[in-house]
Design a protein around this ligand. Structure first.
Ligand SMILES: Nc1ncnc2c1ncn2[C@@H]1O[C@H](COP(=O)(O)OP(=O)(O)O)[C@@H](O)[C@H]1O
Ligand SMILES: [Mg+2]
Length: 448
């Protein structure tokens, strides 16, 4: 608020022992409608100033008792009097006094004998200055206060906004996650199921085939023993089909077929484990089974190709009880972390030849153990890939943060992982990394 000038009734304290000059001053000032108060000496002035706060003080230099200069010094010692302008009254010739007064902090001086115009002009000017200063101080104070509340408001609103943003991102993540999981999960579960029936028939019938072939071969051997001289056609056909080789090779062909079907079965089981839909409640889950399923589904990315030998996966599984968790989500975490590890290894292979990589092979170590207090399962996934800088490390859990090229990275994997471990399971997630050396992710999941 701005103080209104015309309501202002200036109040002037006159300090002078000389009755004559005081009378002159009073008549001048009262005629100009100022309110006045007179103190006869320095001591009396100081006493009065304990109770009042004039807008200006007219102070005589020459007084009995403490003189004007000393009075001025003492007035200014009291912080309550700070800012009250003091005008000295001195004889016309006392140049030295004038300078001394100004040095002591007086704002001006008027000379005796008084010139009416001079007195009024100086008093008015200093009153105006004083008033302006006061207004300025008040405005400054208001401004400061306004600034502080503004800063406070901005800070509060920013905090609220970033809070909302975080909530929004979390909700969005969950949407993306559940959307992805439900469609993909259903699809995968469906495929797993569809594969299972024909697979069962294949595997079951292979056993019969093995038996039938064995029987047929035994039968042929009986013929060979009991009919040592077969017709020419029989001999020719035996040569044509290379009967001896066929007999020798058949068991191996069968074994290969069995191995193949077993592999399909494992993959199909992994798909079903991986896509287990258990979003409504936590179930007891074998984490090792989850990791193995995930590795099975990642086989195609781990095996050797023409650029590098296979990625070595070293499992150091400890004793772990079943863990109460949303297994589908936990598998998703394993998939995100292992896929990132493979990406980091692939990146570290850039510019290295097959032979160089073979000497210093790509590897992923998966360690599991019970936490020291036996309350959580601890899983470490350690790669010797490209590693990351501190700057990157601080952002990896941010929504949409990726260092990978367009189409390669989504920047969602670790944000989802963080949400699943921290929020959904009350667990912990830690990362240790050294550039060009590798990265370790540590997951802690409470058993219950
Ligand atoms: N094992 C790792 N080694 C090095 N950097 C990693 C590793 N895992 C994650 N990162 C870094 O974290 C970023 C974010 O990972 P993520 O959220 O899974 O998104 P995306 O894999 O789609 O980039 C990656 O782009 C990469 O820079
Ligand atoms: Mg990723």
């Amino acid at each position: 608020m701005i103080p209104v000038m015309h309501n202002f009734q200036p109040f002037i304290l006159i300090v002078d022992d000389n009755l004559g000059s005081t009378q002159v001053l009073l008549s001048v000032l009262e005629e100009a409608a100022f309110t006045t108060l007179v103190a006869k000496n320095g001591e009396s002035a100081l006493e009065k100033l304990e109770a009042i706060s004039p807008d200006i003080i007219l102070l005589d230099v020459m007084m009995p008792g403490i003189d004007g200069f000393e009075t001025c010094r003492r007035i200014q010692q009291n912080p309550a009097n700070q800012g009250i302008p003091i005008i000295f009254m001195t004889a016309l010739s006392d140049t030295e006094d004038k300078i001394k007064g100004l040095h002591l902090g007086a704002v001006d001086y008027i000379t005796k004998p008084f010139q009416q115009e001079e007195v009024l002009a100086k008093v008015r000017t200093h009153l105006k200055l004083r008033q302006l200063t006061k207004t300025l101080e008040e405005r400054n104070l208001q401004l400061k206060h306004f600034n502080e509340t503004l800063e406070d408001k901005v800070a509060k609103r920013t905090a609220r906004l970033s809070e909302s943003l975080k909530e929004l991102q979390a909700a969005q993540l969950q949407l993306v996650q559940s959307e992805k999981m439900s469609t993909l999960g259903q699809l995968i579960a469906g495929i797993g199921h569809e594969i299972n029936n024909p697979l069962g028939s294949l595997y079951g019938n292979l056993v019969h085939i093995e038996q039938y072939i064995q029987d047929l071969l035994t039968h042929i051997h009986l013929y060979q023993v009991h009919c040592p001289n077969p017709a020419v056609d029989v001999v020719e056909n035996a040569e044509k089909i290379d009967l001896d080789f066929l007999e020798e090779d058949l068991p191996q062909v069968l074994a290969a077929m069995k191995f193949g079907t077993e592999r399909i079965e494992k993959i199909s089981n992994s798909l079903r484990t991986f896509s287990r839909q258990d979003d409504d409640q936590k179930l007891a889950f074998d984490l090792h089974c989850g990791i193995d399923s995930t590795l099975m589904l990642l086989q195609h990315r781990l095996k050797a190709n023409n650029k590098r030998p296979e990625i070595k996966v070293i499992k150091e599984y400890g004793e772990l009880p079943l863990v109460h968790c949303f297994s589908g989500q936990i598998n998703q975490v394993f998939m995100n972390l292992l896929a990132n590890a493979v990406d980091a290894l692939e990146e570290s292979n850039q510019g290295r030849s097959f032979e160089e990589i073979k000497v210093n092979p790509n590897q992923i170590i998966i360690k599991t153990e019970l936490s020291a207090n036996s309350q959580s399962a601890v899983i470490r996934i350690i790669d010797n890939g490209i590693g990351m800088t501190d700057e990157v490390r601080q952002k990896i859990f941010d929504y949409l943060f990726t260092t990978k090229g367009v189409g390669k990275g989504t920047g969602l994997g670790l944000a989802i992982t963080h949400q699943i471990i921290i929020e959904k399971h009350g667990g912990m997630l830690e990362v240790n990394s050294k550039i060009a050396q590798g990265t370790e992710f540590v997951i802690k999941i409470p058993l219950q």
